[in-house]
Design a protein around this ligand. Structure first.
Ligand SMILES: CC(=O)[C@@H](O)[C@H](O)COP(=O)(O)O
Ligand SMILES: NCC(=O)COP(=O)(O)O
Length: 249
């Protein structure tokens, strides 16, 4: 079963925010992505609303509910009280918790699951009580003990941070080493009963090898590389190319 593709709309929102105008439309591009076969849409509403605005979420929720009820909404973010209320208001199918500082340029590391256990446990319990699937952002070389701590929070999945793998696009030997780390962590997570997602700097070029190494990968969420390709090939054709790359595994 190929990994499901969730299209991250952050970069579309970043382009939209350049002017006080409603285009490019976040929901418009999201609709095209879903029509082309994407399994879901992902957003990461950061506290400064640099790209996705909190006001974007209801329209994305309505798009999926009204026109694509078999698809999913995945909302990523640091579990501040404001973030938790935002997801409780918008009811995504999946919530992906990341340890990001508000000032971070982008997500560049997973949780220290042992150190964050006392914090994450009640948060995951609150989200699970509300019926959300919970995924935790995870370093590519996470330890067995760290993955056990992640499982002990009650989370359903981990999302493997694939940034270092994506950064090795011009160094095949480093890419192989990064793939080895990701595969080991994925296998250990699956052995503990955790589902495995992945994301960050994935592309049509690097996705097939990841899908082959981790054939049980549940979902990839992709935004930056996919949006870059969509500028050249159009969103519909790009989504189809990424779906083919997921299936290459
Ligand atoms: C969690 C992750 O790796 C990405 O989804 C993240 O949302 C990217 O954030 P920016 O789009 O703000 O770089
Ligand atoms: N969780 C990863 C994601 O949603 C998108 O990351 P990127 O493709 O924009 O790097």
């Amino acid at each position: 079963m190929p990994a499901k593709l969730s299209v991250n709309l952050n970069a579309v929102a970043m382009l939209r925010n350049r002017r006080d105008l409603p285009w490019p439309s976040v929901t418009g591009l999201g609709r095209i992505a879903l029509q082309a076969g994407a399994h879901g849409l992902t957003v990461h509403p950061r506290p400064d609303e640099r790209h996705i605005r909190f006001s974007d979420l209801p329209a994305i929720r309505a798009l999926i509910d009204d026109s694509f009820p078999d698809r999913e909404f995945n909302v990523e973010g640091y579990p501040s009280e404001a973030f938790l209320r935002l997801v409780e208001e918008n009811q995504p199918e999946q919530v992906t918790l990341v340890p990001d500082d508000p000032a971070q340029a982008t997500s560049d590391h997973g949780w220290d699951f042992a150190a964050a256990a006392a914090f994450l446990g009640p948060v995951v319990k609150r989200l699970k009580r509300k019926g959300f699937r919970v995924s935790l952002f995870c370093n590519p070389d996470e330890s067995e003990a760290g993955l056990r701590a992640a499982r002990e929070t009650g989370a359903d999945r981990v999302e493997l941070y694939t940034g270092p793998y994506g950064a090795s696009h011009d160094d095949p030997e480093r890419a192989e080493r990064e793939l080895d780390k990701l595969a080991r962590t994925a296998e250990a997570a699956a052995a503990l009963g955790l589902g495995v997602n992945a994301g960050h700097d994935l592309t049509v070029a690097n996705l097939p090898a990841l899908a082959r190494r981790i054939p049980f990968l549940a979902e990839v969420s992709i935004g930056h590389g996919l949006t870059a390709d969509a500028l050249e090939h159009g969103m519909a054709a790009t989504v189809r190319r990424f779906l083919d790359a997921c299936a290459a595994g």
